[in-house]
Design a protein around this ligand. Structure first.
Ligand code: ADE
Ligand code: ZN
Length: 334
């Protein structure tokens, strides 16, 4: 049994495995420019974030109906459960679907078909976080928040993703203010490819409660000190960082130094269908390659529940933390 954990940085569109992509393409009469799943997997060699995003947006063409979104989310939740995920806070990218003529209701209701039954079917509690695409305009983000109004009872928070460099957090001040006024929680990708200043800006201007990635904070000691002091969680994604070349190899990942610095780090899978591993695969990789002790791995699992948006269900958080504390590692783990 894997270590119990929460997954806090997971793009549902990034869980689209090649087999499901081809099945949905056939169901919807969509032509994919790849001969088969093998040929598609061959395309999973990325230079950087943008080269990944190009494929990520291209494959979304197969997602058209509520049932497609339900099938996608249900497949993720089954895999996540098998990897010890007990709670998942799931990102989705509505603008990428609205632009293709797929309505907000189709996306949210479809996802909800799976999320609403997740506890009963998979033993995984869930939250939904709507992301704005930072390479789209601020006006488009505001229109997206407006389109989500009928579904806000299903949406816990807002996030910010897509191509980072050249799209600083300040561009989205207004929509984050509006989201806060609606009672939504706030997170944002920052410091993945972008500079540490974007992390500072996400905190100061957008009021984020968690930073997604935040890797490059390590270039700014004053920022690290602030993140430690204020207990700001970082949702790190080690296998993603290797595949998108934010680090040269996993052995170069700064996670051990970040933990030593006292940062509240969590380990997540980002876009697992593309990056070679789900939540526990990321834990196993950092455990073995970075030589993290069992205590460190347990700390990462505890952090994931501490950083999760479970303020409306503290009993559940306490139960999950107790599960982590009671967990007994098998012989195979370092
Ligand atoms: N969208 C999906 N995955 C992403 C990532 N790792 N960074 C930014 N945007 C994304
Ligand atoms: Zn991400």
């Amino acid at each position: 049994m894997p270590l119990p954990k929460a997954e806090l940085h997971l793009h549902i569109e990034g869980t689209l495995e090649p087999e499901l992509a081809f099945a949905l393409a056939a169901r919807n009469g969509v032509e994919l420019p790849y001969a088969d799943t093998e040929a598609l997997r061959e395309a999973y060699r990325f230079e950087d974030l943008q080269s990944f995003l190009n494929l990520y947006y291209e494959l979304m063409a197969v997602l058209r109906t509520e049932q497609d979104f339900a099938d996608l989310a249900d497949a993720y939740l089954a895999r996540a459960a098998a990897q010890g995920v007990r709670h998942a806070e799931i990102f989705f990218d509505p603008q990428a679907h609205l632009a293709r003529g797929v309505a907000m209701g189709t996306v949210v209701e479809g996802l909800w078909r799976a999320l609403g039954r997740s506890e009963e079917r998979h033993g995984v509690s869930t939250r939904l976080i709507m992301c704005f695409l930072r390479d789209e305009s601020a006006e488009s983000a505001l229109a997206t928040l407006e389109a989500a109004r009928p579904y806000l009872d299903r949406i816990t928070g807002v996030g910010l993703d897509s191509a980072e460099v050249g799209h600083p957090p300040v561009k989205f001040r207004e929509v984050y203010d509006a989201a806060a006024a609606l009672g939504l929680r706030r997170v944002a990708h920052a410091g993945e490819e972008g500079p540490p200043e974007y992390v500072t800006e996400a905190l100061d201007v957008l009021g984020v409660e968690r930073v997604d990635h935040g890797l490059r904070c390590m270039e700014d000691p004053a920022l690290v000190e602030r993140l430690v002091r204020d207990r700001v969680p970082l949702t790190l994604c080690p296998l993603s960082n290797v595949r998108l070349r934010a680090v040269d190899t996993l052995a170069d990942h700064p996670l051990p130094a970040m933990l030593d610095a006292g940062l509240l780090c969590t380990v997540n899978s980002d876009d697992p269908a593309y990056f070679g591993g789900y939540a526990d695969d990321n834990f196993a990789a950092v455990g073995t390659v970075l030589g993290l002790s069992r205590d460190r791995l347990r700390e990462l699992a505890r952090n994931s529940f501490l950083a999760s948006f479970l303020e409306d269900d503290e009993d559940r958080r306490a139960r999950y933390l107790a599960e982590v504390d009671a967990y007994e590692f098998g012989d195979t783990v370092a």
